[in-house]
Design a protein around this ligand. Structure first.
Ligand code: SAH
Ligand code: MG
Length: 203
């Protein structure tokens, strides 16, 4: 018997100790509920880290298969190990590569973007061709740890200020995008829910 609860607790502890920015509880709940309610079958995740969100999405429903991309070797190896421990290797396929160098032909019901925040527009534009007509693109960290709502001059680090600006640019890109309708939800660290216009699976 696999001790799911124990292993997931260990993954969270590892993330905590090694500063791996895994999704917060509230965001994960939204994703897993979304998967169940919409009977999602195929998920593409950009940014595996150590496999935490991929694992919880896979555990949400036995019908779900996940392809997840990670460019950091140490995290990729840790994710592989975690997925094996939970015996999910049949349903979670990992790709160890920079997502911008990955070519996929498959189509997905859900594309979950949770990687380098400055590259969100590139990820969106690269993988939208892989979205099924009734699919959804969900992007994490639209609040960027609360910093998106803070005054710019209060953010001390120049690097952080640039990243916050990138997140704001991405939000603007989504709102201006004529092919998609986007809702930004104040759930977890902020989730952008983007659906192609004219689709009929309003939830
Ligand atoms: N989704 C994970 C957390 C991902 S953290 C969870 O909630 O459990 C973001 C990850 O994206 C990091 O591990 C980082 O190495 C990876 N990443 C950033 N830019 C990337 C890129 N261009 N291609 C692939 N992985 C990337
Ligand atoms: Mg995130």
């Amino acid at each position: 018997m696999v001790n799911y609860f124990g292993i997931i607790k260990q993954i969270k502890e590892y993330a905590d100790q090694n500063n791996v920015p895994i999704m917060v509880e509230e965001g994960i709940s939204y994703l897993t509920n979304y998967i169940i309610k919409n009977d999602v079958r195929e998920v593409l995740e950009i940014g595996t880290a150590i496999g935490y969100s991929a694992i919880l999405m896979a555990l949400a429903s036995p019908n779900v298969s996940i392809t997840s991309i990670e460019r950091d070797e140490k995290r990729y190896l840790e994710a592989l190990k975690n997925i094996k421990k939970l015996e999910l290797e049949d349903r979670i396929q990992l790709i160890y590569k920079d997502a911008l160098d990955v070519q996929l032909e498959d189509k997905f019901d859900l594309i979950f973007i949770d990687a380098a925040k400055a590259q969100n527009i590139k990820f969106f534009e690269k993988f939208e061709k892989n979205l099924l007509p009734n699919g959804t693109i969900i992007t994490d960290n639209m609040n960027f740890h609360g910093l998106v709502h803070q005054k710019e001059e209060e953010i001390k680090s120049k690097n952080l200020r640039a990243l916050v600006r990138k997140v704001k640019e991405y939000i603007e890109f989504l709102h201006k995008n004529e092919k998609y309708t986007t809702e930004i939800l104040d759930i977890g660290d902020g989730l952008a829910i983007s659906r192609p216009k004219n689709q009929n699976n309003i939830v």
